[in-house]
Ligand binder design. Structure first.
Ligand code: AMP
Length: 296
């Protein structure tokens, strides 16, 4: 696996890669502290692409709290070993000055509900940071396919919108969320959980799974305001199971617009952001009206 540090090196190497026909090129952007969730993206890219490039860049502009940026786990040598093991051909690890040189002044913003709601409410400017860095990385590397986790569903939708709106010649490939055996979504932030907070965090997959159970059991009636009803049940469950968890949001939304849904006719996305033991965790799950559950 070759390491690329500067934009010039990355451009040159990717140009050569394309010139000798080692395409399609698959790209997996990450902020490092790699875990099996990231590695699943790299492995999927490996099965679908001739060349796989991974980036590790802790993007300062998408953090709203300096303490969160400072506390973000970093171990480049470990990440490089894991990338190589998972089958990456190229690893791009620019530093902040390479991506944001003196005088840098351009921001890519995706307007509307996709950026404004949920994460957008609690992390102002976050998606502008994400969209800008992803646009830059896609321009530098010019991959054919770019892999993003459904764990960060809203980010996936923002990136899809940005790629479509700017006519970027890349296919955005969504990848399923990888979970710990007890259901907690893998996240670089999980390493910051105390043993007690790690136990408390289990309430998140519990609520997401229960949302599907509640949908199944309410199929007989299907009230037109099932979205708010489900949300209310989930809030009550959170309060009884983990009253100390700090809730940022729990919502039942349209998966494409992220707007709260009332009626659930086919599917809806349950999204959760909680702080447990001072660590902010987000997760989501698609819930579906199941045909096999009898309705009358
Ligand atoms: P990050 O390093 O957190 O910016 O994540 C890099 C990419 O990995 C993003 O596309 C994330 O959505 C994805 N990712 C992070 N955690 C998981 C997970 N548990 N399962 C699947 N993809 C993930």
């Amino acid at each position: 696996m070759e390491r690329l540090v500067t934009v010039e090196e990355a451009r040159f190497t990717l140009h050569e890669t394309r010139a000798v026909g080692k395409t399609p090129v698959g790209f997996v952007p990450t902020m490092g502290a790699l875990h099996d969730g990231h590695l699943a993206l790299i492995r999927q890219a490996r099965t679908e692409c001739e060349t796989v490039v991974v980036s590790v860049f802790v993007n300062p502009t998408q953090f709203n709290e300096k303490s969160d940026l400072d506390a973000y786990p970093r171990d480049l040598e470990r990440d490089a070993a894991l990338c190589a093991e998972a089958g990456a051909d190229l690893l791009f690890t620019p530093d902040a000055a390479e991506i944001y040189p003196q005088g840098f002044s351009t921001t890519v913003t995706v307007d509307g509900t996709l950026s404004r709601l949920l994460e957008g409410t609690f992390r102002p400017g976050h998606f502008a940071g994400v969209a800008t860095v992803v646009a830059k990385l896609l321009n530098i590397l010019q991959p054919d396919r770019a892999y993003f986790g459904e764990k960060d569903w809203q980010q996936l939708k923002v990136v899809e919108r940005m790629v479509a709106d700017l006519n970027l010649p890349v296919a955005v490939v969504p990848c399923p969320t990888v979970r710990e055996p007890d259901g907690l979504a893998m996240s670089s932030r999980n390493t910051r959980l105390s043993p007690e907070a790690r136990q408390q965090a289990k309430v998140i997959p519990y609520l997401l799974d229960t949302a599907q159970d509640l949908l199944d059991s309410s199929n007989r009636e299907m009230p037109t305001n099932l979205g708010p009803v489900l949300r209310h049940w989930l809030l009550t469950l959170l309060e009884s199971h983990q009253p100390t968890a700090e809730r940022e949001y729990i919502a039942v939304v349209d998966p494409e617009t992220l707007v709260d849904v009332n009626e659930i006719t086919d599917r809806a996305l349950v999204v959760i952001a909680l702080r447990v033991g001072g660590v902010r965790l987000i997760d989501n799950r698609m819930i579906r009206v199941r045909a096999e559950v009898s309705r009358f």
